[in-house]
Write a protein that binds this ligand. Structure first.
Ligand code: MF3
Ligand code: CO
Length: 256
């Protein structure tokens, strides 16, 4: 069963998501050549605390491991769940995916964006643009009466039409009191498949797109997912509320 949110839950989701979006917007402003991903993570930690919120990533448990950082910072061939490090210094031409998940007042907001560091290669710039556009197309399918597979199909066909690879191993998800609720939202799949979309669902839609092969592997730190071919990867994510008048993006910053 996919949980449907009542008006009170939706109000709290709005608040958590607005904080997640504002933290991401401010963190993005700090991205520049020379900064370490550890410094960015500390800035993210402080920003989250400044809103009285908590990082939903810090301490998140997966297979007996706890995620050690406050934000997920994934550089170049890192797809998701990169851990900030003092040794990872951003350089001109890099890309970095910033994934911010906060809990506020019992509810969770989840969003991510990939941004360039200085000047990036044209095909990498295209990767970012196509992934962001794929997210928009996926969100446009989050319509009452459609099915989850309509989101998946829209993302996959657009991404593959540009010659990029859609990651299979990680998927979007329902979000609410828990970071991961039903349903799973793959970025690949068939039209008119999966569960029916109803009003009051809060969905984290999050295409992860690779410049080369869609295949990925996990590094020995147990978290960092990288592309198998070492080519760059991009990730854009919003938390979306389904309503009778269409999808509403909740992870929109109110202040910046
Ligand atoms: N947005 C990511 C997700 O939905 C955040 C994961 S947090 C981590 O899975 F703790 F796993 F790093
Ligand atoms: Co997510």
């Amino acid at each position: 069963m996919i949980p449907l949110k009542n008006p009170e839950a939706i109000g709290r989701m709005r608040e958590a998501c607005a904080i997640a979006a504002t933290v991401l917007a401010r963190l993005k402003e700090q991205v520049r050549p020379g900064i370490t991903t550890h410094d960015l993570d500390q800035i993210g930690r402080d920003l989250i605390a400044s809103f009285g919120a908590r990082s939903a990533c810090h301490g998140y448990q997966l297979h007996s491991r706890r995620y050690p950082a406050y934000t997920c910072l994934s550089v170049n061939e890192e797809v998701v769940h990169g851990i900030g490090s003092l040794r990872r210094i951003l350089r001109d031409g890099d890309i970095i995916s910033l994934d911010v998940v906060v809990e506020y007042n019992g509810y969770i907001g989840d969003n991510a964006q990939t941004v360039p560091v200085g000047t990036i290669a044209p095909r990498t710039a295209e990767l970012l643009k196509v992934t962001e556009e794929a997210l928009a197309l996926g969100i446009a399918q989050a319509v009452v009466g459609h099915r989850i597979g309509d989101i998946s199909h829209a993302v996959q066909t657009f991404v593959e039409s540009h010659g990029f690879g859609v990651v299979r191993e990680m998927v979007g998800h329902g979000v609410g009191r828990a970071m991961h609720e039903e349903p799973q939202i793959p970025n690949f799949g068939r039209r008119n498949s999966g569960e029916k979309i109803k009003a009051g669902m809060t969905l984290a839609i999050e295409p992860m797109v690779n410049l080369g092969t869609h295949a990925v592997r996990t590094l020995s730190d147990g978290w960092t997912v990288v592309t198998s071919d070492g080519a760059p990867s991009a990730h854009f994510e919003h938390t979306v509320l389904t309503t009778d008048s269409g999808p509403e993006i909740l992870t929109i910053s109110r202040t910046s």
